[in-house]
Design a protein around this ligand. Structure first.
Ligand code: MG
Length: 252
């Protein structure tokens, strides 16, 4: 069942979203050659806890950290740890925070030092595919209109969209209905209604869209070993343009 949020719930989700975005930014700002992915995790966790929130991912189905940190060919669900980042790495940071009972969920791909032109283009196309998708994220459209726009933009730029993992509703649960695929025909799935909150999260591969899960049971990698990029925000559906919930808090 898709839950429509009340004005009060939306306010709490905006607060959770800002905390989540602050954690993403804090971890992302540290991405540089030599830092470990565990240090990025600690930075994000400190921000979340500092706001009186809790990391949504920590212990979620047994996940061992506050962020997913996925590097290069890793698509999602990488474990932070002792891995030292190297010049040229593509570093995906996915983070969630729960505040006053509501979750924010967002992700971004950060370049480590100098990266190749192709890797930079992959990051930019992934980010822009999110914005192309959410042009259709408004009351009256259907859920699959978003993914259709994402896929069309990504494939027009010569990359591919991961199909095995999708965006999702977000609210008092980290993952709620509906599923929000990043591919497929338009005009399918539930109709969008003002007050729905969803996480739109294109995962874009440099090569083929096929992915597989490593033996740790979590980390998803590209089958062809090529690069992958991820960008995500939690958004609020309205009668007009959607409102991005995972934005940095206003500087006071
Ligand atoms: Mg998500």
């Amino acid at each position: 069942m898709i839950r429509i949020k009340s004005a009060h719930e939306i306010k709490l989700m905006q607060e959770a979203g800002q905390i989540t975005a602050a954690a993403r930014a804090a971890a992302g700002a540290l991405v540089a050659p030599g830092i470990t992915t565990r240090e990025l995790d600690e930075a994000a966790r400190k921000v979340i806890v500092g706001y009186g929130a809790t990391p949504s991912f920590l212990n979620y189905n047994g996940f061992p950290a506050s962020i997913c940190c996925s590097v290069n060919n890793e698509v999602i669900h990488g474990f932070p740890g002792g891995r030292k980042l190297k010049e040229g790495d593509l570093v995906k940071i996915d983070v969630g925070a729960k505040y006053m009972g509501y979750h924010g969920d967002c992700a971004e791909t950060f370049p480590c030092g100098k990266i190749s032109d192709e890797a930079r283009r992959l990051i930019e196309v992934t980010r822009q595919s999110f914005y192309e998708g959410i042009k259709l994220a408004r009351e009256g459209q259907r859920v699959s209109d978003i993914g259709h726009a994402v896929q069309a933009y990504v494939e027009a730029n010569g990359f591919s969209v991961v199909r095995d993992y999708v965006g999702h509703g977000v609210g008092s649960e980290l993952h709620e209905a509906p599923e929000v695929p990043n591919y497929g025909n338009p005009g399918r799935g539930p109709r969008l209604i003002a007050g729905m909150t969803i996480a739109v999260e294109p995962m874009v591969n440099q090569g083929g869209y096929q992915v597989k899960t490593l033996s740790n049971g979590w980390t998803v990698v590209t089958v062809d070993g090529k690069l992958s990029s991820h960008y995500e925000n939690s958004i609020l559906i309205t009668k007009g343009d959607p409102i991005i919930l995972t934005v940095l808090p206003d500087k006071k």
